[in-house]
Design a protein around this ligand. Structure first.
Ligand code: SF4
Length: 257
């Protein structure tokens, strides 16, 4: 940790205005120890401690050190975006070992190719002005890598037909879907499976954990090896708010054991 956070460390070399903060390195060491000892950790640290890097650096070290993929779960979209657009690219530029990261949003942020195809055959538009928007979405669907609604930044926030073509789970045909392979959700999951760090929100994290746990309990013993492998992903949650009774603030979790 000294090599990264120390006064002459990698961050200081990249940021001339970097200020060495003992609290930050103390937190980073505590997080690293928690990863090594496979135990929970709750951290409360004030504004200006540099908490994000203090958990991200050990998380990357743990993932690259063979401890499994690390899930970083946050409470707000702003923090997810800050992680993906600022903090993670910064670490990717300064850390000597390369690592990969994927951002998983809720399903209704992504386009469903199957529903889009069906919407082209049956009207879902509420006004003539939406015709151009719909055509723009159709064009974008053939070029987009991620199918993320946020890429359509020039379209209005409230596209009334989006709810008819998004990838929400209740409309998903799963593996029976003829568009399963090119599906943006399938591709996002494949990317996540290959990434060292996966950034999600709490809702997605716990919904997924709950689903996996119920699947796990229903599987026969012969299937448990596979589920066990999935459940061994590490979870890590952080919020800037003070912890409330019954909620986790800074939380490290390793499941499947
Ligand atoms: S697998 Fe589900 S989300 Fe993906 S294209 Fe098919 S129906 Fe849509």
């Amino acid at each position: 940790m000294e090599e990264v956070f120390g006064p002459e460390g990698l961050i200081a070399q990249a940021h001339p205005e970097y200020e060495y903060r003992p609290g930050q390195i103390e937190m980073a060491r505590a997080v690293m120890r928690a990863f090594e000892e496979k135990r929970h950790l709750i951290v409360e640290a004030g504004t200006g401690t540099g908490k994000t890097l203090a958990y991200l650096v050990p998380a990357v070290a743990a993932a690259l050190g063979g401890r499994g993929r690390v899930i970083v779960s946050t409470g707000t979209k702003n923090l997810q975006e800050q992680l993906m657009e600022k903090d993670i690219p910064f670490l990717q530029s300064i850390l000597p070992k390369k690592f990969t990261a994927t951002y998983m949003k809720g399903r209704n942020n992504y386009l469903c190719l199957n529903r889009l195809g069906r919407a082209q055959a049956s009207p879902v538009l509420e006004g003539l002005e939406e015709v151009d928007y719909f055509e723009e979405v159709v064009d974008w669907s053939t070029e987009s890598e991620r199918g993320d609604r946020a890429e359509l930044s020039n379209l209005p926030e409230s596209l009334s037909f989006w709810r008819h073509i998004d990838a929400r789970s209740e409309s998903c045909l799963g593996q029976k879907c003829p568009d399963f392979d090119p599906c943006f959700i399938t591709r996002m999951r494949n990317r996540a499976q290959e990434s060292d760090i996966v950034v999600v929100n709490h809702h997605l994290f716990f919904a997924d954990l709950s689903l996996r746990n119920s699947m796990y309990s229903r599987r026969s013993a012969s299937h448990r090896g596979h589920c066990f492998g999935v459940l061994r992903l590490a979870g890590f949650e952080l919020s800037d708010r003070r912890p409330r009774a019954g909620s986790w603030n800074d939380h490290y979790r390793r499941g499947g054991r």
